[in-house]
Design a protein around this ligand. Structure first.
Ligand code: ATP
Ligand code: MN
Ligand code: MN
Length: 375
């Protein structure tokens, strides 16, 4: 390494949570390819390989300009041989033959189709593939297949749930939830988290955090809110989970699960929409095609105010940004971060936060606004 290389390298830090990653991505042509290979690897059960591709894509995502030469890659962290080869291929030919090949594969296409069903993970999708199932029709017609309530709803509303949710739709849903929450508990604070908080114009779902300035007042609120919405016919599916941070939560537990312990519901809302006359009959001839509503996935998460900054940070994403925050905390600071708290394993204490800025400060990281967390 020359001195110049070292200086340039220091411009792109190794952890995704140390890099500003705005929404605009000047390197889509590369990141799309790398993300396809990441998916393919995860479909094959190779989580390590999958993550390597995600890491490489995330580095390119943070660059202010489009990559033009392979030499530039040598100054970037996170690039293994395989990712390098893919970028080189695209630089030379304008596309990657390997990626083209992957997207043609029956297994890749089927796994993608199946894992896009709400409630279907890698394991289930793979089992179905091994059993010879290939299409949604196969799933719908299968006699012996036993689906969970969640998967049934996911399959039933597949088309709607795989249409992007607009910012306007997300705001509408947040407002619906807020109105009902206020009718039970004035002062309830509703926050749109997830991709929309990072500035995305559309998303695959709506992530909503619910809290109240008085600790404890929020407990039990969600079941009332869901019950009320349900009586208005606005809920197509929900699975209410009680909070479990009183019993199960231990910040220094060796639990590898990323699931948090909030009272929550992963639900499907029935959202009224203006029917598009032009669309009617264009896709199919079922009475469904004239429907004036759309199924929308909504994640509702209730948090006590004392854990709210951690919940907000954890539920704003991106997924890779969160993964990198936790990796940084653990490797560089000997601290355990999750959506409930930050635990200092050296001092053996939980660090309380009143806002997201506090958390970045504890970690010795420069504060990143949500719009820069698109890692
Ligand atoms: P999209 O537009 O696709 O919805 P997104 O960034 O909002 O993009 P989500 O899958 O909705 O993606 O996740 C938002 C954030 O919530 C992520 O940072 C993720 O880590 C967190 N999250 C999602 N599911 C869970 C869960 N079951 N437990 C804890 N955190 C979760
Ligand atoms: Mn989301
Ligand atoms: Mn979500």
């Amino acid at each position: 390494h020359s001195d110049v290389d070292v200086v340039v390298a220091s411009l792109v830090p190794a952890y995704g949570c140390q890099r500003r990653t705005p929404l605009t991505n000047k390197n889509c042509i590369f990141t799309d390819a790398l993300e396809t290979l990441s998916k393919e690897a995860s479909f094959c059960g190779s989580d390590g390989r999958s993550l390597a591709f995600i890491r490489a894509a995330s580095v390119l995502r943070s660059l202010p300009s489009t990559l033009t030469t392979i030499e530039e890659l040598n100054r970037l962290p996170g690039f293994g041989e395989h990712s390098k080869r893919v970028v080189q291929e695209i630089l030379e030919d304008g596309f990657s033959a390997e990626v083209e090949r992957v997207t043609q594969k029956e297994k890749y296409q089927t796994m993608k189709l199946f894992t896009n069903i709400f409630g279907v993970g890698m394991k289930t999708a793979n089992r179905w593939y091994q059993e010879g199932l290939r299409s949604l029709g196969d799933l719908r017609n299968s006699q012996k297949l036993k689906l969970s309530k969640q998967q049934e709803a996911g399959l039933q509303h597949y088309e709607d749930l795989n249409m992007p949710v607009s910012r306007a739709e997300a705001d509408l849903i947040a407002k619906m939830v807020e109105e009902v929450a206020h009718s039970f508990l004035p002062g309830t604070i509703i926050t749109l988290a997830g991709g929309f908080r990072r500035g995305k114009l559309s998303g695959h779902d709506v992530d909503i955090l619910i809290t109240h300035a008085q600790e404890g007042r929020e407990e039990g609120l969600l079941s009332k809110v869901i019950g009320q919405l349900q009586s208005q016919g606005l809920i197509l599916y929900h699975d209410l989970k009680r909070n479990s941070y009183h019993d199960a939560f231990s910040p220094d537990s060796k639990s590898t699960s990323n699931m948090d312990h909030f009272e929550r519901s992963f639900s499907i809302f029935r959202l009224k929409v203006a029917s598009h006359i032009g669309d009617i009959g264009a896709r199919d001839h079922s009475p469904e095609s004239s429907k004036d509503w759309k199924a929308v996935r909504v994640d509702l998460v209730v948090t006590p105010i004392s854990q709210y900054p951690y919940a907000l940070l954890g539920w704003t994403g991106s997924k890779h940004f969160e993964r990198e925050l936790r990796r940084f905390s653990c490797n560089e600071k000997k601290m355990v971060l999750n959506s409930h708290a930050l635990y200092d394993t050296v001092e053996q204490k939980i660090l309380a936060a009143t806002c997201e800025e506090d958390i970045f400060l504890y970690l010795g990281l420069e504060y990143m606004p949500p719009s820069d967390r698109n890692a």
